[in-house]
Design a protein around this ligand. Structure first.
Ligand SMILES: CC(C)(COP(=O)(O)OP(=O)(O)OC[C@H]1O[C@@H](n2cnc3c(N)ncnc32)[C@H](O)[C@@H]1OP(=O)(O)O)[C@@H](O)C(=O)NCCC(=O)NCCS
Length: 180
């Protein structure tokens, strides 16, 4: 296994299509609360709108040779894009806007390592690179991660990295994690 890491431009985002769809299937497979919410989620419904609505996008991929085996997608975006739902979901605000000092937040929005490559440190490397990028925006104090229900591995991973559980939304479909 010879893993290399690179930041890709938005024009090359198609190379993570299979992995994005893999992430949606994985999340659906472990969810017990509203697993059907994932039915409308795919690369096509999630990635192009997300790239458009964020002010800055950051996509890092991990490759084993030529094969893309993992990705982390982070954004800097206006907090108000989380007001009437997010992605394909409709709901009230994802979090209390008054609890965020500035107008924008950072988010580790999507994160996926292909089965067979997990638990070998690839995710930690992508996580650190993502956090370095998010923290390079000095004015951004608040970083969010939204974890869907049933994904206990991911939840443990983020808590071990220092994120804190804030609250649940969408009847427990999503747990909101924050850095502060
Ligand atoms: C969550 C996820 C991204 C983590 O990626 P990963 O590559 O497995 O992460 P790592 O290997 O760096 O760390 C995983 C665990 O292995 C341990 N680990 C780290 N390096 C290791 C190594 N070299 N050898 C063995 N274990 C290692 C870590 O301590 C970590 O333990 P923890 O979760 O109890 O903290 C990955 O499991 C995944 O893609 N899951 C499915 C999709 C998903 O849940 N995405 C997140 C959506 S919010």
């Amino acid at each position: 296994m010879n893993i290399t890491y690179s930041v890709i431009p938005e024009t090359e985002v198609i190379c993570i299509k299979e992995l994005v769809n893999g992430l949606m299937s994985y999340q659906k497979s472990v969810a017990s609360i509203h697993p059907e919410f994932f039915d409308g989620m795919s690369f096509d419904t999630r990635i192009p709108p997300a790239l458009k609505s964020a002010r800055f996008n950051h996509i890092i991929i991990a490759r084993d040779g030529d094969e893309v085996v993992g990705y982390a997608y982070s954004t800097i975006a206006d907090k108000k894009i989380y007001s009437g739902g997010f992605a394909t979901l409709q709901c009230d605000a994802f979090f209390d806007f008054d609890s965020v000092e500035g107008e924008e937040i950072g988010s580790l929005s999507q994160f996926y390592i292909k089965d067979g490559y997990r638990n070998t440190g690839i995710g930690s490397r992508l996580y650190e690179m993502s956090m370095d990028w998010l923290k390079s925006f000095e004015e951004i104090k608040d970083i969010f991660i939204f974890v869907s229900n049933g994904n206990e591995n991911a939840l443990r991973f983020y808590l071990n990295k220092g994120f804190k559980e804030s609250h649940k939304i969408l009847e427990g479909f999503i747990t909101v994690l924050r850095n502060i």
